[in-house]
Design a protein around this ligand. Structure first.
Ligand code: ZN
Length: 165
């Protein structure tokens, strides 16, 4: 396994629609293993292939319950419900946070590393991560949903409030 470099906002590869994965081969497995190592090192909740410069429909999302990464190849949101507004950040926009409204519950259909189809459901932070990562695969980012980044002070207040709840 190897760490890959995470590209930052402003790089062209973050604005491109990614192509579907058609071959579930050792090269894909290497990419997934490298992405898991990179994500773990960065202590993030999710990572999409374009963030490491690979324009393929591949992403990882941290499952809050099992604390393991869910590998999703060619993922699609098949249903969603409810609404939540909360703090969102991105490893490609280090140190910045914004408030983004997302569905509260999201159901995704995706393929695993061997090509098998599965469905997964996420609530709260996991639902937010599904939306965030899948959006990357279409060349979009959370920064398109916000008017401005929060100040450090606002982020601190927001987190304190959440802890108090
Ligand atoms: Zn991101």
């Amino acid at each position: 396994m190897a760490l890959r470099k995470i590209v930052e906002l402003g790089e062209e590869c973050l604005t491109k629609a990614c192509r579907p994965v058609t071959e579930f081969n050792p090269r894909l497995h290497q990419l997934l293993d490298d992405m898991a190592e990179t994500l773990s090192e960065a202590n993030g909740a999710g990572l999409a292939a374009p963030q490491v410069g690979v324009l393929r429909r591949v992403c990882l999302v941290l499952d809050e319950d099992s604390e393991e990464y869910l590998e999703m190849i060619n993922p699609e949101i098949i249903s969603q419900s409810g609404e939540q507004t909360g703090l969102e950040g991105c490893l490609s926009v280090p140190g910045k946070w914004g408030l983004v409204t997302r569905p509260e519950m999201v159901r995704v259909r995706a393929q695993d590393r061997n090509g098998g189809w599965f469905e997964a459901e996420g609530e709260g932070l996991t639902a937010r991560a599904f939306c965030h990562e899948i959006e990357h695969l279409d060349g979009h980012m959370y920064t398109e949903h916000i008017d401005r980044f929060l100040t450090d002070e606002e982020v601190r207040e927001y987190l304190e409030e959440e802890e108090g709840e």
